[in-house]
Design a protein around this ligand. Structure first.
Ligand code: MN
Ligand code: MN
Length: 283
């Protein structure tokens, strides 16, 4: 495919691919500023910025297939049906799926493609996203860890980098567990990731990266920027520490209209490449 229409190096067929990429340009439940629907195209463009092989990971041969984008759905129920329809088979075929949101709600149907209680979800996010519902919507970006806990079990969900939580999320018997960004700054990302990996029950880890988990100084182009966040190096280290336990990845909440320099899309593309490199090198 010509540059710009698929992720860099995504030249394999579905059958030959170890990695399947999917764009989900959905931002209809965005609460502050929308525009995440433009992110898959911006992240794919940014992916051509990088060498196939990374300096620190050496040579690796990854086979990538890019589905392109799903439609720009108005209703989250339609988006969720389509994501399940497309990604379900890939996950059952044991492909490593990488999704590009869209807002964070795109994670909900992906997690439901995995068998109940078969994997753990670790989220990197400024927000806990653990509300029962938000603005009358249960499939909101603000509810993704609650929906994951219902499917995977509360003990299989953990969030890193939180620094914005509502009272209703903490004042309950079953809060979603997290380590805040201040503790990570104090004690280091290694300790936090190890604690998260020891705390979850399942071995396989699906990592969801809400780009606002990273400090807005590095990732300004997002819907709800929140100061005092993680560094890109923290996230890179987290990916490397999870290493062979990773079973899937998505990056969400990149908002190109708020990202005139393109920095945030470049960072998202590089994190995708990091995951591919880490998974390719260990296998
Ligand atoms: Mn967030
Ligand atoms: Mn989020």
């Amino acid at each position: 495919m010509p540059q710009g229409t698929s992720f860099a190096d995504a030249d394999a067929s579905y059958n030959d691919a170890d990695f399947c990429l999917y764009g989900i340009p959905f931002d209809r439940t965005a609460s502050f500023r929308s525009g995440a629907r433009e992110a898959p195209a911006a992240i794919r463009r940014a992916s051509y910025n990088f060498e196939r092989n990374h300096y620190e990971h050496g040579r690796y041969d990854a086979t990538l297939y890019d589905y392109g984008d799903c439609d720009d759905f108005l209703l989250s129920s339609d988006m969720m049906d389509e994501v399940g329809f497309v990604m379900g088979p890939a996950i059952r075929d044991r492909k490593f799926t990488i999704a590009m949101g869209g807002e964070h709600s795109v994670n909900i149907p992906i997690i439901r493609c995995f068998k109940e209680k078969s994997i753990a979800l670790i989220s990197i996010d400024a927000h806990l996203d653990s509300r029962d519902e938000y603005l009358g919507c249960k499939e909101s970006h603000a509810c993704i860890t609650r929906r994951a806990a219902e499917h995977l079990g509360l003990d299989n969900v953990f969030v890193l980098g939180v620094r914005s939580v509502s009272e209703e999320e903490l004042d309950r018997d079953d809060p979603v567990r997290f380590i805040d960004s201040y503790e990570i700054m104090e004690n280091g990302i290694e300790r936090a990731v190890k604690k998260a990996m020891e705390s979850v029950k399942c071995d396989g880890i699906y990592l969801t990266l809400d780009i606002d988990g990273i400090d807005p100084a590095y990732a300004p182009g997002t819907g709800t920027p929140e100061p005092f966040g993680l560094t890109p190096m923290d996230v890179k280290k987290a990916i490397n520490l999870m290493g062979d336990r990773l079973v899937g990845f998505d990056v969400t909440e990149v908002c190109p209209p708020a990202d005139p320099s393109g920095t945030t899309s470049i960072l998202a593309a590089r994190m995708i490449k990091e995951v591919i490199a880490v998974k390719s090198c260990e296998s």
